[in-house]
Design a protein around this ligand. Sequence first.
Ligand code: F6P
Length: 319
Amino acid sequence: MALAILCSGGDAPGMNAALKKFVDHVYKCGQTPWFIYDGLEGMIDGTIRQAYHKDVAGILHNGGTIIGSSRSKRFYDPVYRRQAFENLQKYGIDGVVVLGGDGSYNAFEVLSREHPVNFVGIPGTIDNDIYGTEYCLGVDTALNVIRHAVDNIRDTASSFKRAFVVETMGRECGYLAAVTAITSGAEICAIPEICFNKDAAQEQLKKEISGGRRYVLAIVAEGTKMTEEIRQWLSDEIGMETRVTVLGHIQRGGNPTVRERLMAFEFTVHAVDLLLHNHSVRKAIGYRNGKFEAMDITDVNAGHYKIPDNILRDLHYLD
Ligand code: F6P
């Protein structure tokens, strides 16, 4: 069998580890691995090449993806989707492993409704916003990158008696912000999922400041669009000189953590095995309760990820 892999949407640390495992595992199973370069754009343009062990030597410790990724506008057009399908046929690809987020999953669900394409998705996004899985590739590394930045900010915040607003990525999902707030002991956290209770926060912060509190850390998820509002509030109502740090794309880079690499290996082996042992597959692998399980892509795309209650419970001032 000829199996291909592509990365689509935002890159995430751990993708290279997955690519290495993909090549090693497919050859180990006596089959042929292929790379589709530059995501859906590459599928449309036919940049599809056989992959060899030498292509994946010395890559697993690097962030990003050696085969490139893209966000494809052309893929919304059925003409280009047909072209992408014909390219898969041209190279005799029997199944595709899709490393990406919900946009990529949706794209493949649509493609597979129009054309007979076998695929298995591996959740790869720092946002951790895919239904049916507790973990997406890239998340542990992103959380550690953010932790490092927030630890540094705390040093300067406490020295100057300042407040800091740190904006994290995550699109509409507040997972990165919530976990960061808990694990870095931030006073304030704002996420899109729950309303931030300013009055309760204000009362408590004022009490603490008059009792000697020297600084305030606020972690704000980009999806709230509240970064500026919270800066102004800390400055005007709480009365602290306030600075803003938008972490931006540094959260997407960096060497994958050990956990990330191990998760990448597991996700990949499960995805490849599913394609090898089934004729018609339209699924995504999820990690739940310590197990890797395949779910139908339609169910995954129809569902909505929820941050676990035990994380939300530990946040302050959320209604
Ligand atoms: O989905 C991953 C992500 O990094 C989001 O957290 C962020 O909102 C978005 O991608 C940024 O997209 P781009 O790299 O296209 O600017």
